[in-house]
Design a protein. Structure first.
Length: 93
C-alpha cells in the first residue's frame, strides 16, 4: 500500500470515528461545502505558487490540494483506485 492509499484509509477511519481535535474531523463535520471551500482555496494557492515559480511553495500547496481532494473523495465514497483507473483508461486512448 502506498502513502496516498494509507492516507485514504486513515481519512475513512476519521470519517467514521470523528476523533476530537482532528483537522479532518472538523472538515467532515463541516460537510461538503467546507471541504469544497478548502479545495478552492488550495487550488488558488497552487496557482499563485506556480505563477511565482516557487518550487518549495508549489510542493507545499500541491500537497494541501491533494489532501483536500482525497477528503472530498472519501466524503463521497469514491476510492482513489477509481480515479487511478480513470487515468489509466485515458492514458490508453
Amino acid at each position: 500500500m502506498n502513502f496516498l492509499e494509507e492516507l485514504e484509509q486513515l481519512l475513512y477511519t476519521r470519517k467514521h470515528e470523528l476523533p476530537e481535535g482532528s483537522y479532518s474531523t472538523s472538515l467532515f463535520k463541516g460537510g461538503e461545502d467546507r471541504i469544497l471551500k478548502k479545495i478552492g482555496e488550495e487550488a488558488g494557492e497552487v496557482i499563485i505558487a506556480a505563477k511565482n515559480s516557487d518550487r518549495k511553495e508549489i510542493t507545499h500547496e500541491a500537497a494541501d490540494l491533494i489532501f483536500h481532494l482525497i477528503m472530498i473523495l472519501v466524503h463521497k465514497g469514491i476510492p482513489l483506485m477509481e480515479i487511478e483507473q480513470e487515468l489509466i483508461k485515458r492514458h490508453k486512448k
